[in-house]
Design a binder for this molecule. Structure first.
Ligand code: HEC
Length: 498
């Protein structure tokens, strides 16, 4: 065999190299994560860390060509030809572009958190917000992943802990070492499920009913544990749970081995109970009306199905369903005046939602979402669709909303009627002002005292929070004018803007 000389070899290599680099077919980005697409197509100009270089930073919060998600999407899809940015609409699918928007938003938020000055509440100090100043008071420590709190008329509180117990906190905020005996066993099987919501019937003083939402467990034919969200009520006699009645238990065929997305929250209105069940790890369920998963239910407070529920006449639907297309709702509250039902739910990576829940409506998951998969690949090309509801707010990047209540009371009069939403991941409390079905104002009024698991307005109008980690505790926000001596310079300027 003849050997080629080294010059011809070099020429050949060079030719192949030239052909490969100049005529290689368009790169295929399908299945690629948003991070990889960014590094392949964008980093040369915008910087590997989004910090800018040949073109501007995409993380500094400054937008020349518009700062809405839609405008950023437009910049990427159609390019900015006169400035030297090509259009990527032919190379990338709509959902890949959406993924880049989510990624850019995440980096922008990280950068924002590094530099922003949110009021970080300090129990010793007053925190100023746009309309009110408050002080954080630590009430009870020694709790273990507290999930929900309810106020008994005698000043005591009931608190659920996710691992199972229902605890009593006395009127002086001391944790009773003896949990309530005889409550149903909740399956505590991972980071999501266990004993969850607790809520008193609106007529509690007359009827004594206490409702719990929890993870109920069964065994399948192989003896494996299968679970589903369930709702039960009972009364408390001393330290004993008595008069127990199940309000909702799903058909055993809906119980699954998944330990994810149980929801849930309970809300009452006019003799009805509303509660939510998450998708339980199955993305097909929320659009399937024969499955309880990814739904909000409405029942009479004793568990019967109201005859005017939206799907009572549909033989393929569960008659208790009120709305569908939800991923993992963990906030639910009803406006006392308008009776509007509000919900917050966890999206995947981005696309957390604040929704106004209307009878029989489809909230879209997973056909539409503003988020993407955790690994950076797309879920769907669509953020909106005919016949599906848009959230009033979507949080992209995710804040992991949990706990929701409407502020009613005189302690913080400027907040009367506003909705307060807690967040686990971002460790925030958001104040949302809704007028005529739109959010006209959103403010982060608290940040950085732990994951906010529950938000409830106490009988005196103070705002109670359960925080998880840093450490687990019950705290409340008191209006700072209770501490007038500390109120020297409540500035007229908002302390933080969104
Ligand atoms: C060849 C260089 C180049 C590449 C590659 C590039 N861009 Fe750009 N990009 C630019 C320039 C130049 C601008 C316009 C900046 C200006 O108006 O000052 C721009 C603007 C933008 C804007 C609007 C910024 C604003 O302030 O409103 C976005 C969003 C954007 N690019 C995203 C991307 C993404 C995502 C990719 C990868 C898919 C990408 N770019 C790839 C050069 C580039």
């Amino acid at each position: 065999m003849k050997h080629k000389n080294s010059l011809s070899q070099l020429l050949q290599f060079t030719a192949i190299y030239l052909i490969l680099t100049t005529t290689s077919p368009a790169q295929d980005f399908s299945g690629m994560r948003a991070e990889e697409i960014y590094q392949n197509l964008c980093a040369t100009c915008h910087g590997a860390e989004f910090e800018g270089g040949l073109a501007g930073s995409l993380a500094d919060g400054e937008w020349i060509h518009g700062n809405s998600d839609e405008q950023i999407q437009h910049s990427i899809t159609d390019g900015i030809p006169d400035k030297g940015m090509e259009a990527f609409g032919d190379v990338l699918t709509v959902s890949q572009v959406r993924g880049l928007v989510v990624l850019i938003r995440e980096r922008e938020q990280e950068e924002h958190y590094r530099t922003a000055t949110y009021p970080v509440p300090d129990p010793e100090n007053v925190t100023r917000t746009r309309y009110h100043a408050y002080r954080v008071e630590i009430l009870t420590e020694g709790l273990h992943t507290p999930w929900a709190v309810a106020f008994l008329p005698d000043g005591r509180k009931l608190v659920t802990e996710r691992s199972g117990p229902l605890r009593i906190i006395d009127a002086d905020n001391r944790l009773d070492p003896e949990p309530v005996e005889g409550i149903p066993q909740a399956v505590f099987n991972g980071p999501e499920g266990g004993m969850m919501d607790v809520a008193l019937h609106p007529d509690f003083e007359k009827n004594g009913w206490i409702y719990l939402a929890l993870v109920d467990g069964l065994r399948d034919e192989n003896g494996d544990s299968i679970t589903e969200t369930a709702v039960v009520r009972g009364r408390i006699d001393g330290h004993r749970w008595v008069d127990q009645e199940w309000i909702y238990k799903a058909d055993p065929k809906s119980y699954t081995r998944s330990g994810a997305h149980y929801g849930t929250r309970i809300a009452f209105d006019n003799g009805y109970i509303y509660f939510a069940i998450g998708q339980r790890g199955d993305r097909d369920d929320p659009q399937d009306l024969s499955s309880p998963n990814g739904k909000i239910f409405r029942l009479y407070d004793d568990g019967r199905i109201p005859e005017d529920n939206p799907f009572v006449d549909d033989p393929n639907a569960l008659a208790g369903i009120w709305s569908y297309g939800h991923r993992n709702p963990q906030g639910l509250t009803i406006d006392e005046e308008t009776h509007d039902l509000y919900e917050t739910e966890h999206g995947a990576r981005g696309g957390d939602e604040f929704n106004l829940i209307l009878k029989g409506r489809n909230y879209g998951w997973p056909v539409i979402t503003h988020g993407m998969n955790y690994n950076g690949t797309p879920i769907t090309p669509y953020t909106e669709m005919e016949g599906m509801e848009q959230p009033l707010v979507h949080w992209t990047p995710s804040i992991a909303p949990c706990g929701l209540d409407q502020y009613r009371g005189t302690a913080f009069p400027q907040w009367d009627g506003d909705i307060l939403a807690g967040s686990l991941r971002a460790q925030e409390l958001h104040r949302l002002r809704v007028r005529d079905g739109t959010v006209v104002e959103e403010e982060v009024i608290l940040k950085g005292i732990g994951r906010v698991r529950d938000v409830r307005i106490g009988p005196e109008g103070y705002i109670y929070l359960l925080t998880n980690t840093d450490p687990d505790r019950l705290v409340r926000l008191l209006p700072a004018d209770v501490y007038k001596h500390q109120l020297e310079d409540i500035s007229k300027e908002p302390a933080n803007k969104m």
